[in-house]
Design a protein around this ligand. Structure first.
Ligand code: DQA
Length: 142
């Protein structure tokens, strides 16, 4: 298995960013935990965070030639806006799980719509950093 974990804008600020909503765990902590989890299963896992839509599109396109077989993505605010990232995932046709730290459905109405959910294998929202673990575990066993 080769798993790519993608984090969208502002997730580099996890730990200090609205901790009541997003928790106290930093992105480095999350990535380290996921890497260890993948290693335990003999899989390779790479994480990539960007605040730029096009950089995320480029990273998704590059995944094809790298033998990535599963993507875990928290598109963050781009969840609700990005046709470009959606189209990139559709173009590479790699299976992906959409993860949100917060339960977007009990927040503002503009967070209820996702450009990703209908293409995703599954969607996890509201479980905090544990949601990424669950997604990676699923990827490892499928
Ligand atoms: C988020 C939810 C989004 O609505 C928000 O823009 C984020 C993070 C989450 O993980 O809960 O930046 O994707």
């Amino acid at each position: 298995h080769r798993i790519l974990v993608l984090h969208g804008p502002n997730l580099n600020m996890l730990g200090t960013r609205e901790p009541g909503i997003y928790g106290a765990t930093t992105l480095a902590d999350i990535d380290a935990r996921l890497r260890a989890l993948a290693q335990q299963h003999g899989a390779a896992l790479e994480s990539f965070q960007s605040n730029h839509e096009g950089a995320l599109v480029d990273r998704i396109q590059a995944a094809l030639g790298e033998g990535v077989d599963f993507i875990v993505i928290n598109p963050a605010a781009y969840t609700h806006t990005s046709v470009a990232i959606r189209d990139a995932l559709a173009a590479v046709a790699l299976p992906f799980i959409e993860v949100h730290l917060s339960n977007v459905h009990k927040r503002e109405a503009f967070r209820h719509r996702s450009y990703f959910s209908d293409l995703a294998v599954g969607v996890i929202a509201g479980l905090g950093a544990d949601g990424y673990d669950a997604a990676v575990r699923y990827a490892l066993s499928h």
